[in-house]
Ligand binder design. Structure first.
Ligand code: RIB
Ligand code: CA
Length: 310
């Protein structure tokens, strides 16, 4: 029986692969997609989610727009990584998927409540939409099996020395979600930096030869150049699909159950995720934290999902 999942994202090059893996993996049933301001403005991430679904021939999965800014902060986007459209590289086709009028919180609430099985929320952007859901409709979390978030890090950040982008954009949202105490899993940079889209990976995905793989490889060529210029990395980390792979094939990602907190006040440290990894946590454990990735198995799942799409 496939695991029901719901993707909240900010496409975003790596979000595109997360969406394709969530839609293409046979062990997952993608119920819906919501978008949030993050890599781009909300209008861009919403348009891009519709494009990514269109390219792959994904129909019948509602896409609703969510928060256009963090809970309290001004939105900062990431054009230096994702370009001016937040999905630079390939020409973007006119989407064939409309925007669902229910809005992100409405769609999350309706589809999660209606699910016969508890739903796993896959969050690959700032947690603003999920925080709003937890605040406005806390009862919905009763049918949430897990919130698996690509964000944070057990080590250094990628925006500041201490903070990863999704956490840094809206640390207050991370705190709200953690305080609402749902099942929560953090898939941070410490693991996603093992998922490097090397030239071998691009060649392998290009071999698939369908429309999704052609579009995806063009995305990765742009994404590679961005990471080389911005962070001096030869191959870019494909962060977001790692969170999806953890749900599709749990054996691919090792996790520890421990204490996770987020810094919201620090001048230098806002967005830092504090993870206790030395022995018994000093405070009650509240999250699973990813610590190791089966890299070969991960790319097998990415390739297999793209193969079944258009
Ligand atoms: O720090 C990486 C994360 O921030 C990824 O989810 C990327 O898409 C951006 O949202
Ligand atoms: Ca993202």
């Amino acid at each position: 029986m496939p695991t029901p999942v719901f993707l909240d994202c900010d496409p975003g090059h790596d979000d595109a692969f997360a969406l394709w893996l969530a839609a293409g993996n046979p062990d997952l049933k993608l119920l819906g997609i919501t978008t949030v301001g993050g890599n781009g403005r909300l209008s861009q991430t919403t348009f891009n989610a519709r494009v990514v679904a269109t390219v792959a021939g994904i129909h019948g999965v509602p896409i609703a727009a969510g928060a256009d800014k963090p809970l309290t902060r001004v939105l900062t986007t990431a054009p230096h990584i994702h370009g001016g459209s937040a999905l630079d590289g390939p020409a973007l086709p006119e989407p064939q998927v409309e925007v669902d009028p229910r809005g992100a919180v409405g769609l999350l609430r309706e589809l999660i409540t209606a699910s016969a099985e508890p739903v796993t929320i896959l969050a690959t952007g700032p947690l603003t939409n999920i925080a709003l859901l937890a605040r406005v409709h806390p009862e919905v979390l009763g049918n949430v099996a897990d919130i698996v978030w690509m964000g944070g890090s057990t080590g250094r950040g990628n925006v500041t020395p201490y903070a990863e982008f999704n956490s840094w954009v809206d640390p207050e949202a991370v705190a709200v979600v953690l305080d609402s105490a749902p099942p929560f899993t953090m898939v941070g940079l410490n693991v996603t930096h093992q998922a490097l889209a090397t030239t071998e990976v691009l060649d392998r995905l290009a071999e698939v030869g369908n429309a999704t793989s052609v579009f995806g490889v063009e995305l990765l060529r742009f994404y590679t150049a961005s990471y080389q210029a911005a962070q001096g990395m030869a191959a870019p980390p494909l962060h977001d699909p790692v969170a999806v792979a953890l749900v599709a094939r749990p054996e691919l990602v090792d996790t520890v159950h421990t204490r996770l907190d987020v810094e919201v006040h620090g001048t230098e440290t806002a967005g830092a995720t504090s993870v206790e990894l030395c022995g018994q946590p000093s405070r009650p454990a509240n999250a699973r934290v990813a610590v190791q990735l089966d890299v070969a198995g991960f790319w097998d799942e990415v390739e297999a999902a793209i193969r079944v799409l258009r």
